[in-house]
Design a protein around this ligand. Structure first.
Ligand code: PLP
Length: 469
């Protein structure tokens, strides 16, 4: 190892300490725009190498002003986690160790720790213990992987080998999902040749939950292979589809039932929220993120499939130069061959929180979301649009104003909140209104953070409303 590298490791350790220490007091929005950051990094291709200390020093100095404070305790912008400490530490080691995690004979520790973490995940999420798990980059790819297994199996049952023969000439697959399914589910369907628009969508209620009667009616009319997709944790409301009824109907029809549970699946790890996700253990596959509610650093999600053989048939990578044998090779369960070891950060994060810590964190976030909802809806013309059952709060501003004015003021309020930097929230369009979305999902968030953020949101709103009056 070079002495230069030793010095750089010390340098980044010091920077890491300072960066994390400052997170609670840093503005939660980036202090430079994308345009400004493009200018910062714009430079000709380097002709010659440079000393590492210089490069890393320059990287820190240049990047820092353009970093979002996503690890900060008042970041509520999207449903994303806080990259918690134990996982980050293990993630550093992952890079240091440089294990290409595809083949068990090549990288035994990296592969075994995924298997051990998979057993913990199935236990914590209370899913069938013989399910297989692919460690993937995010819930988008988790959903894709699970749907690939679904496509394989529903066609296999219809006498068609999609891995060998593709989709041309195959029996048509019906895809049924809720009207408000996450956009990335449609990405998965596109990648699989199932089409984003060639789906049957089922009407949802006020909170975005599929109506079970409508689901039954829809699926009843279909013939041939069926893949049904339900959701644990609606991105605006946090709502859960009625899984017990959906699973009953889907299985009576021989459908494969997949659950997109990117963040919501973690309700199952929390005794006082588990009732929301009752019945989803009867599904055939589940996609869930580590980098959201579990707080692992990015590049962490789990594609969980009840039928391990279907999972493997869909993802198997065979090559003469890869040692096989009868053990589990991670590359046979994910779309990638070469990749980082994703088990290290998951293992460390679960070890650091424990079953109790995960349950407590999920429960606390749900209580904090309710606290936020109470604080905001105490304002006369502010309304919380969703039932706050989980960690999501969908806020409508200007209930007495016409929609166009209210929407414009809401957008300006969001910009003002972001600029002000006390907290970070984003927006969405839902149920005919521009809303503010508050996602309480960072491990570090406290009651005081909620109160300060509610105050910052209302102050910005009053300023915009007043400016408009
Ligand atoms: C975030 C999210 C996804 C996509 O997950 P990534 O980790 O961003 O790929 C899918 N579904 C739902 C419900 C989500 O919240």
């Amino acid at each position: 190892m070079s002495t230069e590298f030793r010095a750089v490791l010390d340098r980044i350790a010091a920077h890491a300490e300072a960066f994390r220490e400052a997170a609670p007091s840093r503005p939660h929005s980036p202090q430079r725009s994308y345009e400004e950051m493009r200018a910062v990094f714009d430079a000709p291709t380097p002709e010659r190498g440079a000393p590492m200390a210089e490069i890393i020093g320059e990287l820190i100095a240049k990047a820092e002003p353009g970093l979002a404070n996503m690890v900060g305790p008042r970041f509520f912008g999207w449903v994303i986690g806080g990259s918690a400490e134990a996982g980050v530490a293990a993630d550093w080691l992952t890079s240091v160790w440089g294990q290409n995690t595809g083949n068990a004979f090549a990288t035994p520790a990296a592969c075994a720790i995924e298997e051990a973490s998979a057993a913990w995940l199935l236990d914590l999420l209370d899913l069938p213990r013989t399910s297989s798990i692919g460690f993937v980059s995010g819930a988008t790819i988790a959903n894709f992987t699970c749907l690939a297994a679904a496509r394989n199996e529903v066609l296999r049952r219809a006498g068609w080998d999609v891995e060998a023969d593709g989709l041309f000439g195959a029996p048509e697959i019906n895809v049924v999902l809720g009207e408000e399914a996450h956009s990335t589910v449609f990405s998965g369907l596109r990648y699989l040749g199932l089409g984003a628009k060639r789906v049957v969508s089922v009407p949802v209620d006020q909170n975005g939950r599929m109506r079970p009667g409508a689901f039954a009616q829809t699926i009843d009319k279909l013939s041939g292979p069926i893949i049904a997709i339900a959701q644990a944790g609606h991105i605006n409301s946090g709502a859960f589809d009625p899984f017990e009824e959906i699973a009953e109907t889907a299985h009576a029809k021989g459908a494969w039932l997949h659950i997109d549970g990117a963040f919501g699946l973690w309700a199952r790890a929390c005794p006082d929220r588990a009732h929301l996700a009752r019945g989803l253990e009867r599904a055939d596959s589940w996609g869930v993120d580590g980098h959201k509610w579990l707080q692992t650093p990015y590049d962490s999600a789990y594609a969980i499939v009840r039928d391990a053989a279907a999972h493997r048939r869909a993802m198997l990578i065979a090559a003469s130069y890869l040692p096989e044998g009868s053990v589990r090779h991670p590359a046979d369960y994910t779309p990638e061959l070469s990749r980082r070891g994703r088990g290290f950060a998951t293992w460390a994060t679960i070890r650091s929180l424990g079953r109790e810590g995960i349950a407590r964190m999920v429960s606390r976030h749900c209580e904090l979301a309710r606290r936020m909802a109470e604080r905001l809806s105490a304002e006369p013309d502010v309304e919380v649009l969703n039932d706050v059952v989980l960690n999501q709060v969908a806020v409508r501003l200007g209930t007495t104003l016409d929609t166009e004015t209210a929407d414009a003021l809401t957008q300006r309020t969001i910009a003002r909140i972001q600029q002000d930097g006390v907290c970070f929230v984003g927006g969405a369009h839902w149920r005919g209104h521009q809303i503010i979305r508050v996602s309480v999902i960072n491990g570090a968030t406290s009651e005081a953070d909620i109160d300060a953020s509610a105050e910052a949101i209302l102050t910005a709103w009053r300023a915009e409303r007043g400016a408009n009056a």
